[in-house]
Write a protein of this length. Structure first.
Length: 75
């Protein structure tokens, strides 16, 4: 099961900067973000659950993702 969260560079940058300011989670360096982004391949053969990163705080979207994951793993 693959959950593919699509995030644009602007939203990603805002979230990274907010994370650094809040210091709730460990930081991801700019270099790591760049390297991961440069090496990431769009899923081709997988059948991912595609999620818009802007909706990841929406309870309805999160519930739908949980439901899809649970169905895929046989819960």
């Amino acid at each position: 099961m693959l959950v593919w969260v699509q995030v644009g560079p602007e939203l990603q940058r805002r979230r990274v900067l907010a994370n650094r300011a809040e210091q709730v989670r460990p930081d991801v360096t700019d270099r790591v973000l760049h390297d991961h982004g440069a090496s990431f391949e769009t899923p081709v053969e997988e059948d991912p659950v595609v999620v818009d990163a802007a909706a990841t705080r929406d309870p309805v979207t999160v519930a739908a993702i949980v439901e899809a994951v649970e169905a895929a793993v046989g819960r």
